[in-house]
Design a protein around this ligand. Structure first.
Ligand code: GMT
Length: 386
């Protein structure tokens, strides 16, 4: 198949999923056209089946806000037509679902002037805050619903997100839940990272890790409060990976609690596998999480996850199997869970193994065929309509 993919190319779960999906589909022989304003950050290696089309943004002085959504729509329309795409798959509804819809209108309109182009089927994948936070805002919700309803197929990254979308947006189309996935051959615990570990935990302390984009919904303050209590019982250190708006506040709280020598803020990092490989426990106290890709990647590296009992995290983190869940904001409960894990070797080993086994259920090789099958169903459904 010829498949177009649009996503946010910068750090963020939806961009990661879209890019890894494109790479995996390309390996399976499909031709992939990425369309975005920058090269997706995980698209490093060359593949003869992958092409990249950059959206040029018109920053005419009159525009206070250059109309990216429209430029993107024009680019998608061109790629759909000239590359004869079968499927145009957009990730994160805002504005991508609307841009894809507009692209199809552009293409239809152009057909009256030039040649008639083949029409690609539009598939939208909902990732999380495009429904639960940003998309729920009245300034955008009508457009999000239109984008969903005008897509030929819609997927959500968990059953939770599918159900919330149905409940809040009452779409007229069906939504298929297809979960996040991980390449368990790439995300595998590396044994040769002892040097890193010694740098961060020189006295052989335990290592806790939190990885996110530091937005308020990630509740990084809770991570620090949990760590503060844990380190009073178990010698340990904390690694923060990522960056975002709440980082300065988190650094301030770390100083106020006198934890500066035990907490390292590493900022954005590419060596995620190496960092997970030296970590003992991941802490994810998010207020909302439609799936929790970072937790899945941690599990794949044999790191148990302590997470809030919310959203799609409840489909991934199973108490006593691959980690523990705690009621949102109840950092005392999370502290007890982390300590129980770190103080009991046998329990720790069992959960670390359980984490890896869970990740194997979400391996790329198991989930990518679900997308392929979905594309085929959508294409077949449209043939039946003709
Ligand atoms: O909303 C975000 O945090 C960003 C979003 C994205 O688009 O990058 O992440 C979401 O998508 C990931 C991949 O599908 C999910 O694993 C994350 O759980 C989800 N984040 C939230 O729902 C908060």
């Amino acid at each position: 198949m010829k498949i177009g993919i649009t996503c946010y190319p910068t750090y963020g779960g939806s961009g990661v999923v879209a890019t890894e999906l494109g790479k995996a589909l390309a390996k399976r022989g499909h031709i992939i056209h990425f369309i975005s304003h920058d090269l997706p950050f995980r698209l490093r290696e060359f593949s003869e089946n992958i092409f990249y089309h950059e959206v040029s943004i018109n920053d005419y002085p009159l525009f206070l806000f250059p109309p990216y959504s429209i430029s993107l729509a024009s680019k998608i329309a061109d790629v759909m037509c000239y590359e004869e795409l079968d499927v145009m798959h957009v990730h994160y509804a805002i504005p991508h679902a609307i841009s894809a819809f507009l692209a199809r209108e552009i293409q239809r309109d152009r057909a009256s002037l030039v040649q008639r182009c083949k029409e690609a089927k539009i598939i939208t994948t909902l990732h999380g805050t495009d429904i639960t936070l940003v998309g729920a805002d009245p300034s955008l919700s009508g457009a999000v619903r239109l984008g969903i309803n005008r897509s030929d197929g819609v997927t959500a990254v968990s059953k939770y997100l599918r159900d919330v979308t149905v409940q809040d947006f009452k779409p007229v189309v069906e939504i298929r839940a297809i979960p996040n996935f991980v390449d368990t051959t790439e995300f595998v615990r590396k044994d040769d990272c002892g040097r890193f570990r010694a740098a961060f935990a020189p006295k052989d302390e335990k290592l806790l890790i939190h990885l996110s984009n530091f937005r308020p919904l990630k509740r990084v303050g809770d991570v620090i409060r949990i760590f503060h209590a844990v380190q009073e019982r178990v010698p340990c250190r904390l690694l923060f990976v990522g960056d975002g708006p709440d980082r300065p506040e988190a650094e301030k709280l770390t100083r106020e609690l006198g934890l500066s020598d035990k907490v390292r803020f590493l900022g954005k990092q590419e060596a995620v596998v190496e960092l997970l490989s030296i970590s003992d426990v991941m802490i994810m106290p998010s207020e909302n999480e439609s799936f929790g890709l970072a937790a899945l990647e941690a599990m794949s590296c044999g790191v148990p996850v302590i997470a809030s009992r919310i959203g799609g995290l409840q489909e991934l983190v199973c108490d006593g199997k691959n980690g523990y869940t705690f009621e949102l904001g109840k950092t005392d409960d999370a502290t007890t869970q982390v300590c129980a894990l770190l103080e009991n070797d046998a329990l720790y080993k069992r959960l670390a193994l359980g984490a890896r086994q869970t990740a194997e259920q979400y391996d790329t090789d198991k989930i990518i065929p679900l997308y392929e099958q979905y594309y085929e169903e959508i294409l077949a459904a449209s043939l039946n309509k003709i």
